[in-house]
Design a binder for this molecule. Structure first.
Ligand SMILES: Nc1ncnc2c1ncn2[C@@H]1O[C@H](COP(=O)(O)OP(=O)(O)OP(=O)(O)O)[C@@H](O)[C@H]1O
Ligand SMILES: [Mg+2]
Length: 252
């Protein structure tokens, strides 16, 4: 589904992503782990078009997307969440969902003023879908609440709902478990498994090892900008290089 080949992203003299290659198979929940500063978020941002790559290729469903603007990549159905959820604080939960553009939607903007009836129907359909999505993530009850009043975990669920509104094929999740209490974390994991069963592919950055080992297979390990290894949870758990990377050693 996604092929990353010899990807490089530099900040000044620092190679945050250093010659990284991997293939993401459709229908997997792939994990991405590594110590702080390993380059995981930079890799996400480069795939999602937030950063321009300084080298290498990114191919999504047979199309080169490396260097394309974020909204184009989004339009192809590759959607990334942010490490810190960023809903519009002063809008309600429902409004936040309704604002998300659809990845596959056609450009009907210019027709809107001649087809008011159709626009109203479209708006009703979006509202309907937003309510269904909020039901799915367990936030329907809070639809009229301002986003700023949600807890950290509820904001993560709202972020997930907003991602789903885009009807993505591949979701890049950056630390879905960070700052989430155990009860909500269980809810998030259940939703991810259900979405996976419906055919959505995931790439997940996460520091919570229990979560990664339970949810993800395969797992990619980064350290100091490089892909250190990839494999099953068992293989990653028993790899000496991974342990060493976490203890602060240089990649082998
Ligand atoms: N916009 C930027 N400008 C300059 N340097 C950056 C920028 N973003 C990241 N870096 C640097 O690139 C390296 C990789 O950072 P990155 O945020 O990708 O790591 P990470 O693996 O996501 O870490 P964490 O687990 O702490 O989130 C770090 O050395 C970081 O300081
Ligand atoms: Mg990060």
């Amino acid at each position: 589904m996604l092929e990353v080949a010899r990807l490089v992203k530099e900040f000044g003299g620092l190679r945050a992503v250093d010659d990284v290659s991997f293939t993401l198979r459709e229908g997997t929940i792939t994990g991405l782990i590594g110590p702080n500063g390993a380059g995981k978020t930079t890799l996400f941002d480069t795939i999602a078009g937030v950063h321009r790559p300084d080298g290498g290729e990114i191919v999504f469903r047979g199309r080169r997307i490396g260097g394309r603007p974020p909204h184009r990549i989004f339009g192809e159905g590759l959607v990334r969440t942010f490490q810190i959820p960023r809903p519009f604080a002063g809008m309600t939960v429902l409004e936040n969902c309704m604002l998300v553009p659809q990845a596959q939607a056609g450009e009907r903007f210019w027709n809107n003023w001649v087809a008011r009836g159709r626009v109203r129907a479209q708006e009703r359909a979006i509202r309907e879908r937003a309510l269904e999505t909020l039901e799915f993530v367990g936030l329907a009850r809070l639809r009229g609440e301002f986003a700023r009043n949600l807890s950290g975990g509820q904001q993560k669920l709202l972020e997930l709902a907003r991602v789903l509104m885009a009807e993505p094929r591949l979701i890049l999740l950056d630390e879905p478990g960070a700052g989430v209490n155990p009860t909500l974390l269980t809810a998030i994991v259940e939703r991810l498994r259900e979405l996976h069963a419906r055919g959505i592919t995931f790439l997940v950055i996460e520091h919570n090892m229990d979560l990664v080992m339970n949810l993800c297979d395969p797992i990619l390990v980064m350290a100091q900008g490089k892909l250190l290894m990839q494999g099953s949870p068992e293989a990653v758990r028993s790899d000496a290089r991974v342990l060493e990377a976490y203890l602060g050693g240089a990649p082998a």
